[in-house]
Design a protein around this ligand. Structure first.
Ligand SMILES: [Zn+2]
Ligand SMILES: [Zn+2]
Length: 116
C-alpha cells in the first residue's frame, strides 16, 4: 500500500482493490519482484508529470518496473500480462522502452492492451 503514495506529498488515495490485485499478481503469477514507480498522484504532481488526470489522481492506476530498471520482456512479460488478465486488470499500457508498464482499473476507459 505504502509503495503507492504520492512522491511529492505522501498523500495516498490508492484503490485497495488495485493493490490487492497487483499483490496477487506478484505473489501468484509473476513470482519476481516488481517495483511501483508511480501509484497515487495528487493533482499537483499529476500536472508536474504531464499526466492525463484520468487514472493516477483517482487512485486507479499503477506504473510497474523491474528492480534495477531491467527490461520486462519475453517470458517475464508474458507471465505478468497473464497474471494481470487473470486478476481482471484489463487496461494495460506497454511502453516501447520495455521497462515500464501502466495498469489501471478504470472501467470508464477502453479496456485492452495498448502500446505507446
Ligand atoms: Zn503529491
Ligand atoms: Zn501510469
Amino acid at each position: 500500500m505504502e509503495e503507492f503514495a504520492c512522491p511529492c506529498c505522501g498523500e495516498n488515495k490508492i484503490s485497495p482493490e488495485l493493490v490487492e490485485k497487483l499483490e496477487e499478481v506478484r505473489v501468484m503469477y509473476y513470482r519476481r519482484p516488481l517495483v511501483v514507480s508511480s501509484g497515487y498522484r495528487c493533482d499537483k504532481h499529476e500536472a508536474e508529470v504531464g499526466g492525463t488526470g484520468a487514472n493516477h489522481p483517482k487512485g486507479l492506476a499503477g506504473d510497474l518496473v523491474a528492480p534495477g530498471n531491467r527490461k520486462i520482456i519475453g517470458q517475464n512479460l508474458l507471465d505478468l500480462i497473464m497474471g494481470l488478465v487473470e486478476q481482471g486488470v484489463t487496461r494495460i499500457v506497454l511502453y516501447r522502452d520495455e521497462r515500464h508498464i501502466h495498469v489501471d482499473i478504470n472501467q470508464n476507459l477502453p479496456q485492452g492492451i495498448f502500446i505507446k
